[in-house]
Design a protein around this ligand. Structure first.
Ligand SMILES: NC(=O)C1=CN([C@@H]2O[C@H](COP(=O)(O)OP(=O)(O)OC[C@H]3O[C@@H](n4cnc5c(N)ncnc54)[C@H](OP(=O)(O)O)[C@@H]3O)[C@@H](O)[C@H]2O)[C@@H](O)CC1
Ligand SMILES: [K+]
Length: 470
């Protein structure tokens, strides 16, 4: 966003005009969504405060009852912010006076992209006061790039930002402070490579069989099972893949687990696979293979992964298939291909990518860097799942529920992704679809959710998406 603005200013675009557009958009947003009540506008010393002054003037023109407060005396304001304060043209009270002043709504225009340190003094007290807050750009106290509060922080009912979403609007913990986020177009051309996951992005591309279709035309997914006491995870993935629409799903089972798998499988087919050599032959007719859920942290899992990555099948690698490379991630990255998907949780991510989550400014950048290093699509699981492609685009999935934090939930996610990839969906889109569908299934179930419940929600969800988008 900043880069886009700088490029725009170098072409001679008037920055004050941009501020006016931003401030007017704020006033419209506030008036449309909070149509009643006395508004306390809290302005800071920079551009965010400038937006606040413009918004205050526009709200007053709409006959709203507005009081304006500023962190610094008006005569100390400079540049566009000083011009904006002049546009307001009425009384500007010191920020401390806002603490006890009567009001219904707070318009928080203290700090946006320029916050450099924790809030202090009256700003800190106002953040702690609570109440109904609408924030401009980001809730003051949030560091936009780090996507977290630096200290005390406003908690908004709604946030209006400009041109494009930024990590702070979708990543935890900052997203929880933003409330509903509205992105206003103020004429800044942006090539955003960060999107929030939604069926609006991919609804029309959800695969569905044509009239004359048959099971072989709907893709073949294979899932590698763990040993006799660890078979459930692969079955969760396999059934989810079938529900997601794969025409055929085959469970590839070690010999000791054949009887257990056979007694639990119906529509999912079963094949015995004793070692990597047999795996190679078994996956010849599959288009994608899921490997890792309860596979075991051992040499045989590592050999299976290496065999899979040298085949023509796309790979969805999770859990133990990732952990077996903790001692030599570089060797793993060399074998991964751009259409493969790895789905680590934070622990697995750290084992493969070291301290990226500390050294990169936020989770989006860390996942992007990871995708670049690994050379494949990376889905980093969490309440704010990030999906990144090696060439830069990233999607954040906030459509989830805390009830999904349960054993086996990730196996189902891998299964849905595998089922979609089997049907020909590109890996990045399939990962986005899968995390949304998984989140929606979790939301529909809610409290008491266990991983076994998730796949049964998919038919309803998929049917309504097909009805709505196709
Ligand atoms: N660019 C554009 O064209 C457009 C930008 N727009 C708007 O501008 C906003 C960005 O403006 P901005 O860069 O001036 O940053 P902003 O956050 O307002 O203030 C920085 C000032 O605050 C100060 N300061 C920082 N932390 C502090 C603290 N804890 N306590 C006290 N002071 C503190 C800091 O001081 P310093 O760190 O330099 O000491 C500096 O003086 C952006 O979020 C959007 O709303 C829109 O109009 C669209 C067009
Ligand atoms: K703000």
């Amino acid at each position: 966003m900043r880069a886009a603005e700088e490029k725009l200013f170098s072409t001679g675009v008037d920055s004050f005009k941009l501020m006016q557009q931003a401030g007017n958009a704020v006033a419209e947003f506030v008036h449309a969504n909070w149509p009643e009540g006395r508004i306390q506008v809290l302005c800071g010393p920079g551009g965010n405060g400038g937006d606040g002054f413009v918004a205050a003037a526009a709200l007053a023109k709409l006959w709203r009852d507005v009081d304006v407060y500023c962190l610094v005396p008006a005569e100390k304001l400079e540049g566009d912010s000083a011009k904006a304060a002049a546009e307001w043209g009425d009384e500007i009270k010191p920020l401390e006076a806002a603490l006890d002043a009567p009001h219904d709504i707070v318009l928080d225009a203290l700090f946006g992209g320029g916050l450099s340190r924790p809030l202090e003094g009256a700003a800190e007290k106002l953040a702690a006061r609570g109440g109904r807050v609408i924030s401009i750009d980001v809730p003051s106290g949030i560091h936009g790039e780090l996507a977290k509060p630096l200290g005390a922080c406003f908690r908004a009912e709604g946030t209006i930002t400009f041109a494009a979403l930024r990590p702070a609007h979708v990543l935890m913990p900052s997203a929880a402070y933003c409330g509903g986020v509205f992105v206003a177009d103020i004429g800044v051309p942006v090539q955003t490579s960060l999107l929030e996951n939604s069926p609006l992005l991919w609804g029309r591309r959800l695969p569905q069989p044509g009239q004359g279709s048959h099971k072989h035309a709907r893709g073949h997914l294979a899932v590698v099972s763990g040993n006799i006491i660890s078979t459930g995870a692969a079955r969760l993935a396999g059934r989810a893949g079938l529900r997601a629409g794969a025409g055929l799903v085959t469970m590839l089972s070690p010999p000791d687990a054949i009887a257990v798998n056979a007694s639990h499988l119906t529509a999912v087919m079963l094949k015995e696979v004793a070692d990597a050599e047999q795996l190679r032959a078994a996956i010849e007719s599959a288009s994608v293979v899921i490997l890792g859920p309860a596979a075991g942290i051992n040499t045989s899992t590592r050999e299976n992964v290496e065999c899979l990555l040298s085949s023509n099948c796309r790979a969805v690698l999770d859990a133990d298939a990732l952990t077996v490379f903790s001692d030599d991630p570089g060797a793993f990255f060399k074998q991964l291909r751009p259409d493969d998907l790895i789905t680590p949780h934070i622990g697995e991510f750290n084992r493969l990518f070291g301290d990226l989550l500390e050294t990169e400014p936020n989770k989006v950048e860390a996942t992007r860097k990871a995708a670049q290093l690994a050379g494949c699509v990376v889905l980093l699981k969490g309440p704010d799942t990030v999906i990144a492609r090696p060439d830069g685009p990233a999607i954040v999935n906030t459509h989830a529920t805390r009830w999904l934090a349960t054993a086996g939930s990730g196996d189902v996610l891998a299964g849905i992704a595998g089922g979609l990839i089997a049907q020909g969906v590109d890996t990045f889109t399939a990962a986005a679809m899968a995390s949304w569908l998984h989140g929606e299934a979790g939301r529909r179930i809610g409290a008491g959710l266990i991983a076994e419940d998730l796949e049964a929600e998919l038919p309803d969800i998929l049917s309504s998406l097909h009805g709505e988008h196709l």
